[in-house]
Design a protein around this ligand. Structure first.
Ligand SMILES: Cc1cc2nc3c(=O)[nH]c(=O)nc-3n(C[C@H](O)[C@H](O)[C@H](O)COP(=O)(O)OP(=O)(O)OC[C@H]3O[C@@H](n4cnc5c(N)ncnc54)[C@H](O)[C@@H]3O)c2cc1C
Ligand SMILES: NC(=O)c1ccc[n+]([C@@H]2O[C@H](COP(=O)([O-])OP(=O)(O)OC[C@H]3O[C@@H](n4cnc5c(N)ncnc54)[C@H](O)[C@@H]3O)[C@@H](O)[C@H]2O)c1
Length: 474
């Protein structure tokens, strides 16, 4: 079937994490699917998001502290070459050739809807019975006076650098500012993070934020909170400066803007489809990801969902199933697992705040032998447990916290109780001991204080009474 033969059973716009998974799922279900991409196959995650950032972080971690501060042009060149090679190793998996190999039809070009069930792509018309919009998000750049004159970097463009600047101002205090700010500082850049809120990482629990903030400071990052940049300024020597609302001036060579995202819906022609956007500009869709147009679903960053590659991927699969099978699987905006890849990492899933009779069990990593052995004890594992002992959620802060998160995510998803988790043997010494010990701690408390504890004490008393009688009889 050629793109202009009609109509396609399913057209997916955007080949990022959401669109790729939607197209692959559609093929698994046996559908004729056309995937359209205007730029690079693999989207943000591969080219400007997860992969380059985690490569940068890993290289910064490996840089010995003595060299970190003296990273020069040569090392910077190596860093960016390392990033390119990570991307290039993964790229073939998401390429049109690989997709065609599994029967997904691909089309390179910018899609623009022209009607309820039609669009145009580079002059070719494409008709469909169902479509999924998976066009992602892009950096949202605030309108600070003078910003354009300092040629700001964003998470889209920073990967094009071939030299590291000596000093960098990062505007924003979220995931990108903290991950990239710390990695760049470890590579020798003098980083100043400026954010208007009272603290970095507003979505994380205070104790986790505090640990990451002190780690940033140990790595040499200056964090200025509750401050707004009122204007940027570039002088004749090409130096730039951020002028803050309290009169402070911060000099820098480059500026990175990391102040959130906005939906990638420009030039998409949504108006022709009746698909609406919400107050924040995300495509408005119900939990089954169906939009106001009954033929169109949306998935990934372009929607109100949390902005993570795995959420995008799962939402792509959900949208494809719902669109093709008429099912009503749902997605929700809270509780998805997420990892912040700073050092220490913050990994969390599910409920973060106890309500009613929920309990919190926390194990500090000074009591986790692996952390002690590695002299990296500034972390903790905290779980929220309901009155029946079921694990509702939790946060892990520490090295490789993201690797323990899988087990916690499974426990939350399956409604596993602390008693059940306690009975599963864990290998020693691992960071997962934090989670296991938190479950043991809570399970022992329940034993002491709960019905099970009362029953155990009754049984103990009865057994010792019997033992005493036995002794007398003899
Ligand atoms: C610096 C950074 C680090 C990150 N790190 C992580 C991480 O560690 N873990 C994690 O889970 N998430 C991370 N994320 C978030 C993650 O990258 C995104 O949530 C994810 O990539 C979103 O996928 P998506 O498919 O919705 O959108 P995208 O990947 O943006 O894909 C959308 C695609 O649609 C195409 N497109 C747009 N409009 C059109 C059109 N009209 N016609 C045709 N094609 C079009 C675009 O070119 C793009 O390829 C990070 C993000 C950033 C910026
Ligand atoms: N490990 C991961 O999963 C990961 C890593 C990086 C990015 N991401 C995703 O990418 C998305 C974008 O990240 P981000 O860091 O740009 O956004 P964010 O929403 O995480 O943080 C934006 C920050 O910028 C601040 N801010 C907004 N406007 C400002 C202004 N004018 N001046 C100063 N501060 C301002 C906000 O208060 C907030 O602290 C996030 O939603 C995140 O989920 C995920």
């Amino acid at each position: 079937m050629e793109p202009d033969e009609k109509p396609w059973e399913l057209v997916v716009v955007g080949a990022g994490s959401a669109g790729l998974t939607a197209a692959r799922t559609a093929r698994l279900l046996g559908a004729e699917v056309l995937l359209i991409e205007r730029h690079r196959w693999g989207g943000d995650c591969l080219w400007t998001g997860c992969v380059p950032s985690k490569s940068l972080i890993a290289q910064a971690r490996r840089a010995p502290p003595a060299r970190r501060r003296s990273a020069g042009v040569l090392e910077a060149h190596d860093v960016f070459t390392g990033i390119d090679s990570a991307r290039e190793s993964i790229a073939p998996d998401d390429s049109p050739e690989a997709l065609r190999g599994i029967g997904v039809r691909t089309l390179q070009g910018e899609a623009m809807f022209t009607g309820d069930q039609s669009m145009i792509v580079g002059g070719r018309s494409v008709e469909f019975t169902r479509a999924i919009v998976a066009t992602g998000s892009r950096p949202s750049v605030p309108g600070i006076p003078g910003l354009a004159e300092v040629d700001p970097l964003t998470s889209d463009t920073i990967w094009e650098l071939r030299e590291l600047p000596e000093r960098m101002v990062v505007v924003g205090g979220g995931a990108i500012a903290c991950e990239l700010g710390q990695a760049l500082a470890r590579l020798g850049v003098q980083v100043t993070i400026i954010l208007r809120g009272p603290d970095i990482l507003p979505g994380e629990i205070p104790e986790a934020r505090e640990l990451v903030r002190s780690a940033l400071e140990v790595d040499g990052v200056r964090v200025l909170t509750g401050r707004c940049v009122v204007r940027f300024h570039r002088d004749a020597s090409q130096e730039c400066a951020a002028l803050l609302d309290d009169g402070t001036r911060v000099d820098a060579d480059r500026v990175l803007v990391a102040t959130g995202r906005r939906a990638g819906v420009d030039q998409l022609g949504l108006i022709a489809t009746g698909v609406e956007t919400d107050d924040c500009g995300w495509i408005s869709c119900d939990p089954t990801l169906r939009t106001d147009n009954p033929s169109i679903w949306a998935a990934g960053d372009v929607t109100w969902l949390p902005k993570h590659a795995h959420v995008a991927g799962v939402s792509g699969a959900v949208a494809a199933r719902n669109a093709l099978l008429g099912t009503r699987r749902t997605m929700h905006d809270a509780g998805a697992p997420r990892v912040l890849f700073t050092a220490p990492e913050i990994a969390s899933v599910g409920t973060q705040e106890p309500t009613g009779r929920d309990r919190v069990a926390t194990v500090r990593h000074v009591h986790v032998d692996r952390a002690v052995a590695e002299d990296d004890t500034a972390g903790f594992t905290r779980i929220i447990v309901d009155r029946r002992g079921r694990i509702l959620g939790g946060t892990i802060v520490g090295p490789r916290a993201g690797e323990t998160l899988g087990e916690l995510t499974l426990a939350v998803d399956q409604g596993i109780t602390v008693q059940r988790l306690t009975s599963v043997m864990h290998s020693y010494p691992t960071y997962s001991d934090g989670l296991w010990n938190a479950a043991i701690q809570e399970s022992q408390r329940r034993l002491r204080e709960g019905m099970a504890g009362r029953l155990a004490s009754l049984m103990r008393r009865r057994a010792s009474w019997r033992a005493r009688r036995g002794v007398k009889r003899r």
